[in-house]
Design a protein around this ligand. Structure first.
Ligand code: CP
Length: 317
């Protein structure tokens, strides 16, 4: 049985297959109305979420399946001391697949060692958020038409930003990826990602101190929120929270087709003068594709072993 703990748990070919399935779902929605009939998804969310939990829920409903779960650890038996291992052993008797979010890095990996059903990591601490990454890859494919030869700027909280970590890992597998890192000194990308992911895959990256100096070279600008909930020193959070703000004046330096992505929630890092929003439900389509592929037992899943997109006038969640 396979689990999805981080983006590299699936191959580039498998990512392509999911993107193609998502594109087919967008084009032929009716075809997928009942493909998960009789199946159940459990959403175990030990940490707050709006988009991920509700898009998983919506995706399963669109596919004809059912959803159970909790959205707050305080309403679960974790308050009585139950371990993640025991919880997933039991939930595996109630559901066919589990999407788990947890504030502790590695909790979904631990769950995968004990679960009788597939575990999908819906975000673990500051480690990884693979389903957001797959949503981002679908958005990039729809906007720019390809995933190779892209120059991507990552801006904001690159230390705690799990969506950044997972997307860098995913893009490091495509030819010609170049990465530009824009962050306050205290929120720089962790060394293990620079060395174990970028250096090992021969990915060119550099760190710069302003958005303005790189705007003209970027195909994608990935903005992120400074994650207050990860700080132990709130004075430090106050000091860095508004270091980088994208506004309409900075956008004037960008390429005409540069796409701005943000996983949400947004706080101050993208001024509202940037977006004249038009919402597209990309994340639901991707999560439909992944649930369908997983639950329909397509052979390639049976081997051993997860917005806001702002592109000038366009927003995608
Ligand atoms: N992008 C994302 O993970 O949003 P939520 O925290 O609202 O799920």
């Amino acid at each position: 049985m396979r689990h999805l703990i981080d983006t590299t748990d699936i191959s580039v070919a498998e990512v392509d297959h999911i993107i193609n399935t998502a594109l087919d779902i967008i084009a032929n929605r009716e075809k997928y109305r009942e493909v998960c009939k009789g199946k159940k998804l459990a959403t175990l969310f030990y940490e707050p979420s709006t988009r991920t939990r509700l898009s998983f829920t919506s995706a399963m409903m669109e596919l004809g399946g059912n959803v159970l779960g909790f959205s707050d650890a305080a309403s679960s038996s974790v308050t009585k001391g139950e371990t993640v291992a025991d919880t997933v052993r039991v939930i595996g008797c109630f559901a066919d697949i589990i999407a788990m979010r947890h504030s502790k890095e590695g909790a979904p990996l631990v769950a995968s060692h004990y679960s009788e059903v597939p575990i999908i990591n819906a975000g673990d601490g500051s480690h990884a958020h693979p389903t957001q990454t797959l949503t981002d890859l679908l958005t990039i494919t729809r906007e720019l038409g390809h995933l190779d030869n892209l120059t991507i700027g990552f801006c904001g909280d690159l230390l705690y930003g799990r969506t950044v970590h997972s997307l860098i890992k995913a893009l490091s597998r495509y030819e010609g990826t170049k990465i530009v890192l824009i962050a306050p000194d205290s929120l720089r990308l962790p060394d293990y990602i620079k060395h174990d992911i970028c250096d090992k895959n021969g990915i060119e990256y550099r760190e710069v101190s302003t958005l303005e100096e790189v705007m003209g070279e970027l195909d994608i600008l990935y903005m992120t929120r400074v994650q207050q909930e990860r700080f132990t020193d709130l004075d430090e959070y106050e000091r860095v929270k508004d270091c980088f703000v994208l506004d309409a004046a900075k956008m004037r330096g960008a390429k005409e087709r540069m796409a701005v992505l943000h996983p949400l929630p947004r706080v101050n890092e993208i001024a509202i003068d940037v977006d004249r929003t038009h919402v597209q439900p990309t994340s639901v389509r991707w999560r439909m594709a992944s649930l369908y592929v997983w639950l329909s037992s397509i052979p390639f899943w049976s081997g051993p072993r997860s917005r806001l997109r702002l592109r000038r006038h366009l927003v995608s969640i």
